[in-house]
Design a protein around this ligand. Sequence first.
Ligand code: FAD
Length: 293
Amino acid sequence: ANASPYSDLPGDIAVSFEFFPPKTEKMDSQLWEAIGDLAPLVPSFVSVTYGAGGSTRERTHATVSRIVRETNLKPAAHLTCVAASKGEIGEIADQYWDAGVRHIVALRGDPPPADGGRFVPHPDGYASAAELVAGLKARHDFEISVAAYPEVHPEAASAAHDLDNLKRKLDAGASRAITQFFYSTDAYFRFLDKALAAGIDAPILPGIMPVTNFAAIRRMSGNTEIPPALETLFEGLEDRPGPRALVAAVAAADLCRRLYDGGVRNFHFYTLNRAEQTYAVCQLLGVRPTENA
Ligand code: FAD
């Protein structure tokens, strides 16, 4: 019989989900609907992003605190170095710690557009994510995740420098990396090999973002390779958002399946605050809801 390529997955996968803090009431209901739909899949953690330029400081905090109060999920709060002194970041860290949050995703952050795309550290602030990790760890015993770039951060002097930087972040106290989204499994596996060779043994979770809009993907990340076969899959769907979303879910599940075949068991999903695609991909990967989650 022609068994589905997914039917042999034994249910040994752990997932985590990223959300962003909502701006409006409508977006707020959308987020909480997505959280409600995805919670039964019992993610290892759920993370909440921090807006560019530190613009969502209060909203990130409010969202994370509500997750602590109203769900059994383990939240991770993203925190960046942008436009804040070490003292201000310390206060934010204290607030999270006091609210019962134990996991921070520590990032340098992207510069506000007004700075011409160049990161300028706050005069009393942290200049890099590695410094932020060290500062947070000195303050509280947080579990810390950091960002990794299989296709190299656009500002890195070289791939080797970028890997050194990842190692610095882990040496400073981070225990896990989460990657920028990618669509080339080769790029991810080559990166894992290089990381291992550089002595990095912390988990490097693949960041999975179902592709729905290539133009947006190209804008968001200059270095991301889009395999031609993936692009072909979406030919003619430009004005058909429904089928495009379905194809995107299947393509993401295929990417995950190939990662699974290469030994990956932890997947981090960029949900964009919508449950459907992420839920479908999880379903295809054999991740099933748990009663009373
Ligand atoms: P860093 O690790 O500090 O590195 C930035 C660049 O500087 C790299 O090229 C690095 O190689 C280089 N570098 C660092 N230190 C040195 C040094 N000493 N000498 C020379 N070069 C150095 N952005 C947000 O604003 N909010 C979010 O919530 C957010 N969440 C994210 C989640 C994930 C999983 C990922 C992958 C990215 C996220 N980002 C977020 C984007 C991130 O802030 C940007 O990619 C930012 O440009 C770099 O942040 P970083 O933490 O990787 O920085």
